[in-house]
Design a protein around this ligand. Structure first.
Ligand code: SF4
Length: 86
């Protein structure tokens, strides 16, 4: 048991070099109401289907798009845009 706990601390995210950090974007389809703001703010990664709901082109979020993605996350009225860094 102690070994598993130690393994969990083996390499926490804050020890990773910035070029090893991985950032992903996701959309919670349950929360999304199809306002489309995210696709306007991040057209490089999000497009809308025929009903106005977002489709992710890729979950991987390149560093160059992080600011735009954070803005989409902040402005989504239903908090359906999720960004994870690890
Ligand atoms: S802004 Fe939010 S609610 Fe609107 S389409 Fe995008 S994820 Fe859905």
């Amino acid at each position: 048991m102690a070994k598993e706990v130690a393994g969990w601390f083996h390499r926490p995210a804050f020890w990773l070099r910035s070029d090893e950090m991985k950032t992903e974007i996701a959309i919670n389809p349950i929360a999304c109401d199809g306002h489309g703001i995210c696709a306007e703010l991040l057209p490089e990664l999000i497009e809308l289907d025929e009903w106005g709901f977002p489709i992710l082109k890729s979950r991987n979020l390149p560093p160059a798009l992080l600011d735009h993605a954070r803005r989409a996350e902040r402005l989504c009225p239903t908090l359906a845009v999720i960004i994870r860094e690890y």
